[in-house]
Design a protein around this ligand. Structure first.
Ligand code: IMP
Ligand code: MG
Length: 427
């Protein structure tokens, strides 16, 4: 039995796509369990770049089963486009399965996401405007449409009639915006249902059968711990659970089945969207890292905010996820720097604190306490073993592991699958 959860420890975009792609080679099944097409993974396989938003990147391996589980919110337009895109690249999708219980992102969700952000103005959350929040709102409000509903004409008609009436009233009265015609949405989404039907399954049954059958199952987290609706920088968070526990709920798997939890740690920090970010760099070093790391959103193209590594954030992630290993990524982005800083604690109202404050108002007031380490100033992309890395790079890695009290599991030193330093079986 082997079930490995991979989560982001920061604000997303830690390089999970690369780590998951690397681990997928050993996996029999890869499972997405939360979020939706707000996520964007860039994977480079055999010199070719793939950008995926919904389908696990495991699809690029010929024998890996890929599951989009119940906790995901699925925009059928995006999913079908992604399937078509993969087919165009010669990638088969016959091993993709979608939960009948996953909620559907409907067109009114997307419109409401944008309208609500516009109305918030300078208070906006900086969402991806993909309808993620409104879709999860409807799930919690128990008025969501699920994938299975699209496969049943009568059931879908009944549910859509009720919810659309309500949404149109909301759009008109609260936002002075256009609503949606029932026949248009009904016909269109029934059509999507037909196209998705061959992929639809009870995925909790499939995932548990794989684990119980001794297969290697990889749970692919989207976003990151600091964007978790409970454990992140609320309200500047996404509406799902990127933490490890989210994998259990989002895939219908018990916690006793999970064997490992790896936290993906980018060698520096980035954040796209608004909200406090203690180690943010608003200077030329930040710019240098942004350019070197191509820190622009995969989903929205927005420039990402960049800063030093924050061990307070990482310790928080280690605790709420129960991390058993760290996968440090993008270490090569720091190749040119002569000095690197890590925030080991915060100063808050004159006192040194080691834990993340529990409100963003307090987080906005902390001042990072930095420790400075020497850079290595040499390219490390070709390193494959820990011994190959220059001493300052190893010191930096060891210091991260020390500050977080979680052992290193692997290190990524470049975009390609092969640009990876690994030394022990990971699954
Ligand atoms: P939403 O998920 O679109 O509602 O956006 C809520 C917050 O999460 C915003 O700050 C987004 O920028 C952020 N976010 C959502 N998905 C990702 C992701 O995959 N990577 C990084 N940030 C994300
Ligand atoms: Mg991303």
């Amino acid at each position: 039995m082997s079930a490995l959860i991979v989560v982001g420890t920061q604000w997303g975009d830690e390089g999970k796509g690369k780590v998951i792609d690397f681990l997928s080679e050993q996996a029999d099944m890869v499972v997405r369990h939360q979020g939706g097409n707000n996520a964007g993974h860039t994977v480079v396989a055999n010199g070719k770049e793939f950008k995926l938003h919904l389908i696990p990147s495991g699809v690029l391996y010929p024998n890996t089963e890929c599951v989009i589980a119940n906790g995901v919110v699925v925009d059928p337009v995006v999913l079908l486009k992604e399937i078509e895109y993969l087919h165009g690249q010669g990638v088969r999708t016959s091993r993709v399965r979608i939960s009948s219980q996953a909620h559907v992102i409907m067109p009114y969700h997307i419109r409401l996401d944008g309208l609500s952000e516009d109305r918030l103005g300078s208070q906006k959350l900086g969402t991806t405007r993909r309808g993620i929040g409104p879709a999860y709102m409807d799930k919690a409000a128990r008025v969501g449409i699920r994938i299975g509903d699209l496969l049943d004409r009568e059931r879908f008609k009944e549910r859509l009639t009720r919810v659309l009436e309500e949404k149109n009233r909301l759009l008109a009265r609260a936002y002075d915006a256009d609503g949606f015609g029932f026949e248009d949405v009904y016909g269109q989404y029934l059509g999507y249902g037909e196209l998705m039907a061959p992929y639809v399954a009870n995925t909790s049954v499939l995932v548990n059968a794989a684990i119980d059958g001794g297969k290697k199952v990889l749970f692919e987290g989207a976003q990151g711990t600091m964007l978790d609706i409970d454990h992140g920088t609320y309200p500047f968070v996404t509406s799902s659970h990127p933490v490890a526990g989210g994998a259990c709920i989002g895939a219908g798997v018990g916690p006793t089945k999970i064997t490992q939890v790896y936290g993906v740690v980018k060698a520096y920090t980035s954040r796209v969207g608004d909200g406090p970010f203690p180690t943010e760099l608003a200077d030329t070093v930040g710019e240098k890292i942004r350019e070197q790391g191509h820190e622009y959103g995969t989903t929205t193209g927005r420039p990402r905010r960049v800063g030093w590594l924050d061990a307070v954030v990482l310790r928080h992630a280690a605790r709420v996820n129960g991390l058993t290993g760290l996968a440090v990524t993008r270490l090569d982005v720091l190749d040119a720097l002569s000095e690197i800083q890590i925030a080991k604690a915060y100063r808050y109202h004159g006192q040194e604190i080691n834990e993340l404050p529990d409100s963003i108002e307090d987080l906005a007031e902390v001042e990072p306490i930095y420790e400075t380490l020497p850079g290595w100033q040499t390219p490390i992309g070709e390193c494959r073993r820990l011994e190959d890395l220059p001493t300052p790079a190893r010191r930096y890695l060891d210091r991260i592991s020390d500050l977080v009290q979680v052992p290193l599991a692997l290190v990524s030193v470049g975009r390609e699958r092969t640009n990876t330093v690994s030394w022990a079986p990971l699954f």
